[in-house]
Design a protein around this ligand. Sequence first.
Ligand code: ADP
Ligand code: SF4
Length: 692
Amino acid sequence: MPRNPRYDPLFEPVRIGPKVAKNRFFQVPHASGMTNAAPHARAAFRGMKAEGGWAAVCTGICSVHPSSDDNPFPYATLWDDCDIPAHQLMTDAVHAHGALAGVELWHGGAATANRSTRWPALSPSGVPWMATHTGFMTSARPRVMDAEDIRNVIRWHADAAVRAERAGFDLLYIYAGMGYLPYQFMLADYNRRTDAYGGSVRNRVRFTEELIDAVREATGGRCAVALRMSMQELRARPSDVAESEGHEVIGYLKDAPDLFDLKMDYSPTDCAVSRYTPEGSHEPVVDFVKTITDKPVVGVGRFTSPDTMVSMIRRGVLDFIGGARPSIADPFLPNKIDEGREADIRECIGCNICISSWHDGVWVRCTQNPTAGEEWRRGWHPEVVRRDSEGQVLVVGGGPAGLEAALTLGRRGYSVALAEAERDFGGRLRFESALPGLKAWNRVTEYRLGQLRQMANVSLYPESPLSARDVLDFGASHVVIATGGRWLPALYRDSELPGDLLDAPRVYTPTDLARGAEVEGPVAVFDYDNYYMGSAVAEAMAAKGHAVTYITPAGAAAAWGIMTNEQSLVHASFLKRGIGYRTLERVTGFDGETLALAQIFTGEARQIPARSLIIVGQRIGGSDLHADLQASDLAAAGIATLHLTGDANAPGAIAHAVYQGHRTARELGVPAAEVHVGRDIPWLGSNLRAAE
Ligand code: ADP
Ligand code: SF4
């Protein structure tokens, strides 16, 4: 299909200093979890986006020196020449599709703990990041940089820039955002210096200016130099000479870089969950920059609607549509718009499972795109599957796993029947996407159903609860069971294991709520699942007008939500909705009127009144249907293979269900010897000399 002319502005080329981007789609630097120890996986992951039409594709943070070591969080390095070949793989993969390759040169300053390299962290004035999250906390405090340290950091950037050019990068970033070193110089909170690098805004900008100049000079003006800045705090601070410190900073730097890349200052606002933050949320903070500089500007905001993208360009807010999450969820987003296939875009749902991968220190995972991070290891292409299949597959269960399995099997060429007991497809998402803030999650269902409905070889059977007899009689050669998991009303023992099932009046789980249970208030929600479900159920109960108390054995509500950047927002939401919360406690009993609690460390007993208790804790898989089929004569029914997938196999986040459904479909009927799983081997090189 031809491109909708409305979207033509998105496909104009834009000059960035000495380079030209072929269109306005710009994959800004973002974490992939793939360090230099996974060079092939990283090259394939980034190269896929270039193949999908992004005009610029960048790395995540790339340390310029061992004094910037974020371990155990993943980051790339350009510490010495040994690092060059690993990056060359990526730039080759990106250039193969006509895109520009960018590297986010990075020094974390006081924000890194240098746990591996054991360098003292560097900082403008010795102000540490007093993180309260496990994983970020450290007892090491930073050193105050002297004049030589400043010269060194500038030189390290220049040296890394030379290596970056040799590795084939076109765009070289200076990273003055998210609490990292140049940002620390920029903000008075960190910068209490009295020399030429501290005091006035003019002085605080100097370090960033010198970094830009040094990188440009080191590469002779052949590479474009990009400046990535966080604007939230700077814009909020008054200035004596401009509308804000942000305006003043941009005024001083307006001609310095070839490109401005703008973002927020904190993960929960920069990469915000859709649960609490809509598309395009950065605009009010970054919209002024183009009024001051003539250089091109890129910004993000989980853009998935082409109309919103065009509006950003037309209204002069941005020159480039920056994408991190939308490019993970659909690497082919630009090409799909170019080909008039907007309906085929796999839209990001804003769940931040991708971010949690970085916090976990592993390769990127995505709810919507199960192939993310598997481009090289398993050879999965998001748009291409092996088409060598004949025969019929019956998929039972139309939740995320069943929908994904049916879609991928349909693409493989199988004749697919998808049977769902209920009238609507979507499984757990029928309930979950109706919880406060989770509407966008329904895109998981909508995208897959939209695709399935266009496929002539797929038949959809709603309102079809199947028994083992039905399945045996159906006549399919392969059967995939994706009938989901369920929550149990299990208590929580002091050994951090699920305890006995609680048999008392008005005790519910999310499974009961999904089936329509009517709950009486006041409501207690006991959450030891720790992800979104407990807090979302509490919000739903509060929205119904019930008094709600949320209880968790963890130290904060939605404790695992720190991984997805939503924990702080959950607490803000509880405050707004009047939801009380109690931490470090477990429920030990409930008689329908009074809830018995125990402090988790001391065992001290407490009581609170409640009419209903919702337990969000243990979830189990398993399928009676699958067990019945296993006990049947499958061969006699012509069934060659039987598979259990999704939450019925092993319950987890929606991302896990989609991934399992996808993998089942990719591997169904494929001989084990032909299932490829690569193991990336880092470059050995001649790294005998320490890179310091
Ligand atoms: P997953 O996350 O693994 O996809 P879900 O719980 O979201 O699991 O979805 C499972 C779906 O399977 C539900 O929509 C449920 O109605 C459906 N289902 C369960 N048992 C049967 C059955 N015997 N026949 C048809 N559909 C079923
Ligand atoms: Fe978007 Fe979620 Fe995928 Fe991240 S994991 S790209 S937020 S759909």
